[in-house]
Design a protein around this ligand. Sequence first.
Ligand code: ATP
Length: 443
Amino acid sequence: MPFQQKPLNLAKELERKFPAEVLSTLREVGKFASQMGMTAYAVGGFVRDLLLGTPTLDIDIVVEGNGIALAQKLAQMWQADLTVHERFLTATLQWRLREPKSASTHAPIHACTLSRLDIATARKERYPKPAALPEVEPASILDDLWRRDFTINAMAICLDPKRFGELVDPTGGFNDLQRGIIRVLHERSFVDDPTRIFRAVRYEQRFGFKIERKTLRLICHARDESLLTKLSRDRIKHELWRMLQERDPTKPMRRLSKLRILPVIAPELCVTTKRLEWMRRANEWLNWFAEKFPEKRLEREWALLLTLLPNAKAMDLFSQRYQLGESERECGLALLKALKRRTPKRPSSWVRWLNPLPLEAALVLAAKRSLPNDPLWQRYFLEWRWARPDITGEDLKACGILGRSISVGLQAALAVKLDEGADASKQLEVALRRAQRYRTSRR
Ligand code: ATP
């Protein structure tokens, strides 16, 4: 931990850790709030991560006063897009022309610019019944911090020009951060909002912290009282997906399983040491692929879950439970089918085996059969999957080939290119021979 004593003012830390542009944005937020008779604070994960020495550009601002009015003023001044959620007293500013922040939350800060700012009115919450969404009303920053999930997330930094950098820590978050402890703020925390159970596990595993003893008891109690079943499927899915987006998703999944929470929310998931190892490798393959092809979108969370779903029935149950689409289900079934085949020798057989699979399934299969630095598998994803013959259907048509025979011929051309490195004229020769043979066989 990079600090020993509780710092009362974090202005120097902010200056050290953030580029001038971000720092001046924070100062301006404080200044304009003050001119409007309000006080602005940076809160939550932003403060926690700064104190942990891993600063983030996910900046949440809370305002004592009217957060939406401040957001409107700033959006107009900075020509940013504004989205307002009146009911929740929140607003989001977005800069469309700026480069989006790097996809990884762990990218170095100096490499990013601020592309979004969340601004909320400081508020109190009241839970009309367990696990329901809260009713909110404007309040002080202290009320706002006391409604939060854990002490380490319940700190604020004042942005007012006269108090810039002052740490506000009413719940002992700084001490818990230093001791590596996840602690709720009151006994009813998980009754009010059982999604906090997932959040506790996520932070514990991400930071290598420990859930404090009493908090752990409350989690087990909430589980035994079936509080999780009061949550909507959507909210559970959202939390599960967030776990799967962690740098090492196997850690929270293992912990959820040990706490006997996974069987409550998804009994069809089969969590064994072997399957978690498969998931860990799948995650590495997905990372490898995302780095090589940043423009391709992958359904990472579903790909990772496939490693824990042992058969078609489990996949069906899970997809129904969380209302996944037909494409996810088909991806899973294609994987199960492809898993039955042995890894072939010739590149053309790899293409026939893996190209019909969605990328996610092919990467999960790669994780089952190899390590992410396996050159043969890398070659498949970098080269073979995208390879096309050097001749086209038009070339075959010009030689009198028609209909389905064209695709048969092109497949043969690709095979001879991949397996033997044949040039275009050899490919054409092989394609014509194969297409004619196909045509004769169909007569
Ligand atoms: P992460 O790095 O996981 O995004 P974060 O702290 O930024 O962490 P968010 O989910 O963006 O997490 O939430 C922002 C802040 O809002 C949290 O730090 C916490 O103070 C508060 N918060 C979020 N969800 C809850 C909840 N369910 N109950 C109480 N407070 C919450």
